[in-house]
Ligand binder design. Structure first.
Ligand code: FDA
Ligand code: NAD
Length: 426
């Protein structure tokens, strides 16, 4: 038993939604394209899950945030896929792939064959067990990667209003979930191994600006240590968190955000891997000429840095997906992907954007006791990265443009003096 398609997208997340839109814009025919997803719903804007989805009032719910509303494009509902003759195979896990035979085998036993495959399998959340701690399955321990996780988190949160939460991990999930928990009137303690949160991106000075804001909202920080075990009651519910530094924190719930692993396992031994992801060229094509990879799972050449990178952010998922489809459908008109990395977050009433690379020396600017702060990164005499909190649309456009231009910087003190003005006039 099996079905055959010209194009198959494996995975039904952000990248899949943007790829589908691009396929229809470039003239895919009815019945040619299929999306296979383990999730039971069509592609949606995953960033909503740690923000609007967790609000206590008027929370975001599907169908309001199906792709591609996040980029102010059409909202692709189940009806849209039907009208465009795109086959959605939902609630279906692919359990093996054979790139030589160009087939995928689903957990339900169906073989789906393709002429061109786009791998858009994203990533999975790392589990505590992978760090030697057990208890991930306890009913009040939450992870956040997909809609099912978000529903669970909402339920747990509602059952412990006024109670205590420990957030494990000081990355994006930790930072955004801690803010959402506070908005839901839950007392939050954040625990992470680094000296400050968002250590992969923020400088100590930027981090302390946000940490002070979080402290003003009642959030407590325990840094430089990790979880060692949970105390459980007889129902298997976590009642306290034990840390390696010897402290014990009584809890009503736990949120874990300790990083991700790209979902590459179906293709290990079949495609070339790099940086933990599937290696692609500037056309998003893998080591097999019929297979492309996009989004969190793809390691692609970032021209600006002259280096292969794997990014875990929504803008790169959207744009890499569109680029792959352009390269597939109109190969002669499509250049290599020329991407400026872009990350952002929104917490409480704060909002920041970052462009480029956080390498080299840092110059901070703005008013770190006020509402607009920023930083530039300068490497080998050139501006390579820019960060801004509290800017206007024009300010963000200016830092993006300046970063893309990579201007030469001779005098860091002068750059600091000019601050945002530098980007606005470059
Ligand atoms: P994505 O994870 O979106 O989709 C992968 C899909 O593949 C899923 O549907 C999965 O079920 C499916 N799949 C995997 N293996 C399969 C198999 N074997 N068979 C069938 N289906 C399979 N970024 C940002 O820039 N700003 C932000 O504010 C946020 N916020 C944010 C919040 C939360 C809660 C998360 C989890 C993530 C973010 N991100 C973000 C990151 C961003 O969402 C992420 O980079 C993109 O979703 C990546 O898109 P992909 O399509 O690559 O993977
Ligand atoms: P992350 O990589 O941002 O942060 C992981 C954090 O885990 C580290 O900062 C560290 O504090 C912590 N950690 C590592 N090992 C630990 C250990 N043994 N014990 C305790 N803590 C440990 O990953 P995340 O926060 O889990 O986010 C998951 C994914 O979702 C990432 O790809 C991220 O980019 C994406 N995401 C992005 C956004 C955004 O861009 N605004 C928002 C939410 C999620």
């Amino acid at each position: 038993m099996g079905r055959a398609f010209v194009y198959v997208i494996l995975g039904g997340g952000v990248a899949a939604g943007y790829a589908a839109l691009e396929f229809t814009r470039r003239g895919v025919s009815q019945g040619e394209l299929c999306i296979i997803s383990e999730e039971p719903v069509p592609p949606y804007e995953r960033p909503a899950l740690s923000k609007g989805y967790l609000l206590p009032e008027a929370p975001a719910r599907l169908p309001s945030f199906h792709t591609c509303v996040g980029a102010n494009e059409e909202r692709l509902t189940p009806k849209w896929y039907k009208e465009h003759g795109i086959e959605l195979v939902l609630g279906t896990r692919v359990k093996s792939a054979d790139v030589k035979r160009k087939t995928l085998l689903t957990a339900a036993g169906e073989t789906i064959s393709y002429k061109i495959l786009i791998i858009a399998t994203g990533a999975r959340a790392l589990k505590l067990e992978e760090f030697g701690v057990s208890g991930s399955n306890a009913e009040n321990v939450c992870y956040l990667r997909d809609l099912a996780d978000a529903d669970r988190l909402v339920n747990v949160m509602q059952s412990c209003a006024g109670g205590n939460a420990v957030v494990i991990g000081g990355g994006y999930i930790g930072m955004e979930c801690a803010a959402s928990l506070v908005i839901n009137k839950i007392n939050v303690t954040m625990v992470f191994p680094e000296a400050h949160f968002m250590a992969r991106l923020f400088t100590p000075k930027i981090a302390s600006y946000y940490e002070d804001y979080y402290k003003s909202k009642g959030v407590k920080f325990i840094k430089g240590t990790v979880l060692s075990s949970f105390d459980m009651d007889s129902n298997g519910k976590v009642t306290a968190v034990n840390l390696r530094d010897g402290s014990r924190l009584p809890v009503d719930m736990v949120v874990v955000g300790i990083g991700i692993r790209p979902n590459t396992s179906l293709f290990e031994g079949q495609l070339t891997l790099e940086k933990g992801g599937i290696k692609v060229n500037g056309r998003m094509r893998t080591s097999n000429s019929s297979v492309y990879a996009v989004g969190d799972v793809a390691a692609f050449p970032v021209q600006l840095f002259g280096e292969t990178r794997r990014l875990e952010h929504v803008d790169s998922a959207r744009k890499s997906a569109r680029h792959a489809v352009a390269a597939i459908m109109e190969p002669n008109k499509t250049d290599d992907f020329d991407y400026l990395p872009f990350f952002y977050s929104r917490v409480f009433t704060l909002s920041w954007q970052f462009y480029g690379d956080n390498a080299g020396e840092v110059v901070h600017f703005g008013d770190y006791s006020g509402s607009t702060i920023g930083a530039y990164w300068v490497s080998k005499g050139h501006l390579v990265g820019s960060f801004l909190e509290g800017g206007s649309k024009e300010d963000y456009e200016a830092i993006a443009k300046a970063t893309k231009l990579k201007p030469a910087i001779e005098d860091l003190t002068e750059l600091e003096r000019q601050g945002l003005g530098f980007a606005l006039t470059v």
